[in-house]
Design a protein around this ligand. Structure first.
Ligand code: ZN
Length: 492
């Protein structure tokens, strides 16, 4: 909860927050939803436009088949039923970055309905969040308010984004805490990335989220009045915005006031939300069926063809990987963070002698260093091939864990992959029996008490000797050989 709170835990405990999320996702088609313009982020302002996406008189939209295929794939991945017939509708509103004066969307007959996404709840159990609907629509352009000499008095328009294909995914008001909202979004993004329908890049606006939130007294049978928090650009900020908003609404209700139905903007610097405008009702948009497009028919045959491209989804993949590689649920969570990463892991796990060791290295050596360097898994200097080599070298005893750590440090310092660093820095491992025996003798002579303990039956003391000799050798003694020789000496 935000630190500014004046509300006691007792007051918080009286209320039940109710949250629903609307997520807009740009689809990765080569061209726009209803014209042949290129669908890509950036480009010189107003260079990817044509009479159709500008809505010039007489221009007619033609639906992009690939956009439908992506939408069907995404809808099925979140367990929605795809309707055979859906209808495009005009959503009318006036805004400078919407030159047509309406957005082509879907209203009462969306592409898909009645889905769900599973999330872990606070107790670690699985909770199912309903998905009301998934519908197709197009994006608007962008108003540019900053960065020009006359920005103080003028707004510029870039219409490249006009007509970018979107899906909007609307959840049921099943979410009860900001943490659950965070989990829902994380799972949804993961599924969308696996199906490869979007790059889900939040900085570039490929995935945008609006949150509806209200509070009611626990046990009440009617939801409170909701406010909508718009366009927050990270999942972390959505969680903070919801925490702030829940607190704000409880304060209003506690002081005898009424929550106003409105849209609010979140300011991340100040960690608070501001009133933006009163929320439109559906009738404000004067929806009517789009006369320039026929009904969208997704036949069973077409659907079956589309679903041939359905990949193994993250949840199923985690279950399979736990069974197949003997790794933990926690390992599987990390390793399936992205589809390409999971692919790489599986390739490495199949190549390595011990898949579990590969998983351990990812968790133990890679994850922490990536976090410290502020890198995503995809940006790791150490590839999965590198991890597989490291796993094999430590499995065979050719690399002590200390050396392994040093090599990983060098990889991250220089930005080089493990195999290259290993070749270059290959530690001069001591595998000469006589040299190691000499060091063991030295350690044994210096620690008569431990020798006594060992010979009295406390066999675990051997680890102490291994550690001491390893230290003496500056981490360079061959660990497998060292182990063997220590036991031999102590038993001898
Ligand atoms: Zn166009």
């Amino acid at each position: 909860m935000s630190t500014a709170t004046a509300l006691s835990p007792e007051i918080f405990a009286k209320y039940q927050p109710v949250i629903g999320l609307e997520v807009h996702v740009q689809l990765l088609t080569a061209t726009k939803a209803f014209c042949g313009c290129r669908n890509e982020f950036g480009g010189g302002p107003n260079t990817h436009i044509c009479p159709v996406c500008l809505g010039l008189p007489g221009a007619l939209p033609v639906l992009n088949k690939h956009a439908v295929e992506f939408a069907v794939l995404a809808a099925t991945a979140i367990h929605c039923t795809v309707n055979e017939t859906s209808i495009f509708a005009r959503k009318n509103y006036f805004y400078p970055d919407l030159p047509k004066g309406y957005q082509i969307s879907q209203y009462d007959r969306p592409l898909a309905e009645h889905g769900w996404i599973e999330i872990p709840d606070a107790s670690g159990a699985t909770k199912r969040i309903g998905v009301t609907r998934l519908h197709m629509e197009e994006d608007a352009g962008k108003s540019l308010h900053d960065g020009f000499a006359d920005s103080a008095t003028k707004t510029y328009l870039d219409l490249n984004r006009c007509g970018t294909p979107l899906i909007e995914i609307v959840s049921e008001p099943d979410i009860r805490t900001p943490d659950e909202a965070y989990e829902y979004l994380t799972r949804l993004k993961e599924i969308l990335l696996y199906t490869a329908v979007s790059d889900c890049n939040m900085e570039e606006g490929s995935l945008r989220c609006d949150a509806n939130v209200s509070v009611m007294l626990k046990g009440a049978d009617k939801f409170g009045t909701k406010a909508e928090v718009k366009n927050v650009n990270s999942f972390r900020y959505i969680r903070s915005a919801l925490e702030y908003e829940i607190e704000r609404q409880i304060e209003i209700v506690e002081s005898g006031g009424r929550v106003v139905q409105e849209s609010r903007l979140y300011n991340a610097q100040e960690d608070r939300t501001y009133s933006m405008r009163s929320k439109e009702q559906a009738h404000d948009y004067r929806y009517f069926p789009e006369p320039d497009l026929p009904a969208l028919i997704v036949s069973d045959a077409w659907k079956a063809k589309i679903l041939k491209n359905m990949p193994e989804l993250p949840e199923a993949r985690r279950k399979r990987m736990v069974a197949e590689y003997g790794i933990t649920e926690q390992d599987a969570q990390v390793l399936t963070a992205s589809r390409s990463f999971a692919d790489q892991f599986e390739e490495a796990a199949k190549a390595a002698k011990n898949p579990k060791r590969v998983a351990n290295l990812v968790q133990g050596e890679l994850a922490g260093r990536l976090k410290a360097a502020g890198l995503e898994l995809e940006q790791s200097p150490v590839s999965m091939k590198g991890i597989a080599l490291a796993a094999d070298l430590s499995e065979s005893g050719d690399l002590s864990s200390k050396m392994l750590k040093q090599l990983f440090d060098i990889c991250f310092e220089k930005g080089d992959d493990f195999p290259a660093v290993y070749e270059r820095e290959k530690p001069q491992q001591i595998s000469d029996t006589a040299t190691i025996e000499k060091m063991i003798d030295e350690v044994i002579a210096a620690n008569p008490k431990q020798v006594e303990q060992y010979r009295a039956g406390k066999k675990t003391v051997s680890a102490f000797f291994v550690g001491q000799v390893m230290k003496l050798s500056k981490g360079q003694a061959n660990p497998a050989l060292l182990n063997e020789l220590v036991i031999k000496k102590l038993d001898g």
